[in-house]
Ligand binder design. Sequence first.
Ligand code: FES
Length: 563
Amino acid sequence: MATKLRSQTWFDSLEYYAFARRAYIRSEGLSRQSFFGKPVIGICNSWSELNHCNIHLRTVAEAVKRGVWQAGGVPFEFPTISLGEVFMRPTTMLFRNLMAMDVEESIRANPLDGVVLLCGCDKTTPAQLMGAASADLPSIFVTGGPMLSGDYKGGKVGSGTDMRKIFDNYRTGQMSDEELCEFEGCAARSHGHCMVMGTASTMTSIAEALGMTLTGCASIPAPDSRRLAMAELSGRRIVEMVNEDLRPSKIMTREAFENAITTSMALGGSTNAVVHLIAIAGRLGIQITLEDFHRISKSTPYLANIKPSGSYLMEDFFYSGGLPALMRNILPLLHGDCITVTGSTIGENLKDSPCYNEDVIRPLDKALNTEGGTLILYGNLAPNGAVIKHTAASEHLLQHRGPAYVFDDHEHMLADLLRDDLPVDENTVLVLKNAGPHGGPGFPEWGQIPMPTKLLKRGVKDMVRISDSRMSGTSFGTVVLHISPESAIGGPLAAVQTGAEIVLDTAGRRIDINIPQAELDRRLAAFEPPKPHYTRGYGKMFLDHVTQAHLGCDFDFLHGEAK
Ligand code: FES
């Protein structure tokens, strides 16, 4: 147990400001007995009405408070900025580091002994993990949980994934305005985050695999009463963690990060996990590289039959046993001795974790794929790496060569894709430039370039698309992403011109442009960077300090353990 509670240095002294703090905190209606000498637990809440996925987190916070009081602590809920994935422009990723800084400094600046962090929507989980890692006070995560399954005309539909398919039907005239309006009410029918294995489900599962949540937390649907019970238990547990001085740096070790990568691969998790895990580990001075993802992906079978790579939804996953059942199946591939917020090891936590449906959570001998969901590519277009979610790609396109059609920016791309005279066919490789951390700006999710309308009308559903952008975890298709270095700072992608032959060789782990190296060098020597998107404010700080995709896109000055 810690010898003296950190919060006591705020309240327990004879100096004036300790007296003033006691006096002012009592203005919240607390008696001295209710807070003095007790573990003070912050509840870091990413609730916002501008973030529909996290809209229920005030209710979740009340359940956490119940648990904290029961265990003898005193809870204080506080807000930070929140990042609503579909609302924020140009992209929530521009603000992930800002939220992480808000979380870190709010924890450090206040009289807290421990923290419960409430998250859900895509970037809120990695931002909180980064902030909590840097602040390094005892911390436990309560994720908001996935939405209930969508339902349209008697069939289950997944938010994001099926919305894209439906919208393609609409823009090719196969669906009426009335049907689209009806679908809008069916696709996201409860609070909670997207209920496919998108970035939110991936990152909340990763929080659990890292050991930062109680066992089974990530998979419980948001509206299920057991989520509030989980929140209450987490509130009880954080008080014990303060007494045990169990901090993120003791839990999120290199082995824990390897567990998280293994779990993400078995889940067919979002490609965004690559960027986020590198950034979170960087906050603890742990270097995770793209090669770690490649090595683990090669030896981890893909087991979770969930959209967009599989067939089911997160609600089915929960009823089948959820993340604990999946992790038990891959326990031989995990570091079972990693300690978690429970105070027990991963191996001990997973002892009694049955699977109730082996079609949803496959055993090792019935894997959906012998390898994990994310492949790391290199080549003359991506000297520092690129990623492809090959489990959600078209088999026939994984080895492909075809002429490039280049879009220099997102806005023109969207307009061009509607043209009936766009000079592309199913063999063309669509190339989007200026969509990385500097170019987007903020590394937006533009990488799943929409299929050209004229090809959709002919029934073509997929083609090779490459960019220095990211894509939503709910997306699918033969899409090469995160090309590093990015085109806006003079990466080789900047040298691609329409008509050049692009070669995708996933077996050889390469993405190349088929031109002589001397010509590539000549074009890059003549490269002129685009005008920066920002010259002041947070945007300028972002451009001055963000690292490239293969380094996690954190700010260079936030790497390493906080002293
Ligand atoms: Fe929040 Fe999908 S919009 S997780």
